[in-house]
Design a binder for this molecule. Structure first.
Ligand code: ARG
Length: 457
């Protein structure tokens, strides 16, 4: 049986109930995360409008100040969880306009002059992502530091190096930990790259084709603390979605690193290995088996890596079929993007804590060495005395049992060249971590400074 739908009155005309619910989708909830950014972006926009050289002015500076004050109140309500988006609003943009109009009358009706929700949502997402990327990059630097410190502390503890997961050559806990520390530092470079792409202002592009008014796009960009405006107004709108995809891909890189660390830890903490112990607080028990202490945190990091890669894939799929110009499809990229930002950060933070609390069991690590692990080193020792490598290889292969009593500590001390077990440059890592931290500190200074001034304190 067909249910009859009714029309709802909205700011932009009447819309069928069911169609309204379908098209607004999760924006009613998701957009609450963007409310603060929406207020800041709108404050920059009205400030710019009040300086626009037209007669009569769209808004006087005093009127703009009133709007900004009201936007500050909305922001506080939103942060306190007391700002609501109604069905008829469709999204945060029209909810803010409705609230301003309720409280300020005609002034509220003027704020949408020279803009569209298309550039508005684009700037909201960029402002929101900027703060979240700064948080994430700080946390990733902390994780790199945890791994470096752990590696430095245990640099002299031998660990079997593996290929195909089988015992291969002598290695160390220091080499293992800093291999992942260095990977995180490289993932940070990808995050910095997408941070810079994100740090451009789309505002003033309006629907994607600009407006026949003397708006000052450089001014709004400066007011918001962006490094520059996106230039081409059509690109400013089309870059939405593609940007989220790139950010998700950079976060996907980091999540791959995290997941591999988690996977290693799950293996190396098995009773059969026992190299490390995960801090007690990181395990959970079973409802039936009294003996259990499961590495749930690590398992969930592994699954969350899959989710973040999936979110990226979802956005890529949404995007690849979308023609130029704004398309409503872009709205559906919001949820995977917001989820990806939150999931990645939570994973980085919890793993850093886990690594910092890892216990090392040196006896187990040394006990895992069998003679075969020293075979390549033994062949190379013969080479050093003048034997051709292939002859040395066969000689050692024929006498593998002679290697049973080799000393793992001596073996890892012999590899002194750059980046090997006894050649790790921890200072270099610390410098790179500091560079990453000053990068985020720089960004944060710019960002908060700009946002603070706009809403009138
Ligand atoms: N909620 C919408 C989105 O996320 C806002 C933009 C709507 N624009 C439009 N032309 N219908 O994309």
């Amino acid at each position: 049986m067909n249910e009859t739908s009714q029309d709802k009155q909205t700011t932009v005309g009447n819309i069928d109930d069911e169609i309204l619910a379908f098209t607004a989708g999760k924006d009613l909830v998701l957009d609450l995360q963007l409310a603060e950014a929406d207020c800041i972006g709108s404050a920059a926009h009205v400030t710019m409008l009040s300086r626009m050289p037209v007669e009569p002015p769209v808004l006087t500076p005093e009127e703009a100040a009133l709007v900004c004050r009201e936007l500050g109140i909305i922001r506080s309500l939103a942060l306190a969880g007391e700002f609501h988006i109604h069905n008829e609003d469709q999204d945060v943009h029209l909810a803010v306009e409705r609230t301003l109009t309720e409280n300020l009358g005609d002034l509220g009706k003027k704020i949408h002059t020279g803009r569209s929700r298309n550039d508005q949502v684009a700037v909201d997402l960029r402002l929101f992502a900027k703060g979240k990327l700064l948080d994430l990059m700080e946390d990733a630097a902390d994780l790199a530091e945890s791994l470096t410190t752990f590696g430095e502390t245990h640099q002299k503890v031998p660990m079997v190096g593996r290929t195909h997961m089988q015992p291969a050559m002598p290695s160390s806990v220091g080499l293992w930990a800093t291999s992942y520390g260095e990977a995180v530092l490289e993932d940070l470079k990808s995050l910095q790259h997408v941070y810079e792409l994100n740090d451009q202002c789309p505002l003033g592009a309006a629907a994607g084709y600009g407006v026949p008014l003397p708006i000052d796009r450089q001014l709004t960009s400066d007011l918001l603390g962006f490094s520059r405006p996106l230039h081409n107004v059509a690109h400013a709108i089309q870059a939405r979605g593609k940007l989220e995809y790139q950010i998700l891909q950079a976060m996907g890189q980091l999540m791959i690193t995290l997941s591999r660390i988690a996977q290693d830890l799950m293996i190396f903490t098995l009773p059969e290995f026992g190299y490390f112990k995960i801090p007690k607080a990181f395990g959970t028990g079973s409802s039936i088996m009294p003996n259990k202490n499961n590495p749930d945190v690590l398992e969930l990091i592994r699954s969350k890596a899959g989710l973040v890669l999936g979110y990226g894939s979802a956005v890529g799929h949404i995007l690849h079929a979308a023609p130029g110009g704004y398309n409503r499809d872009l709205q559906d990229a919001k949820e995977p993007f917001l989820e990806g930002l939150a999931t990645t950060r939570a994973s980085v933070r919890i793993l850093a804590r886990c690594v910092a609390g890892l216990e090392v069991i040196p006896d187990k690590l040394r006990g895992a060495f069998d003679g075969g692990v020293f075979a390549t080193d033994a062949a190379l020792a013969l080479v050093a005395k003048g034997m051709p490598f292939r002859d040395a290889y066969h000689q050692v292969k024929a006498t593998l049992s002679d290697l049973e009593n080799e000393d793992p500590d001596a073996a890892i001390a012999l590899k002194t060249h750059l980046g090997a077990t006894a050649g790790l440059d921890f200072e270099l890592y610390r410098e790179r971590i500091e560079d990453a931290r000053s990068y985020t500190a720089q960004g944060r200074k710019h960002f908060s400074h700009a946002a603070e001034g706009l809403l009138g304190g």
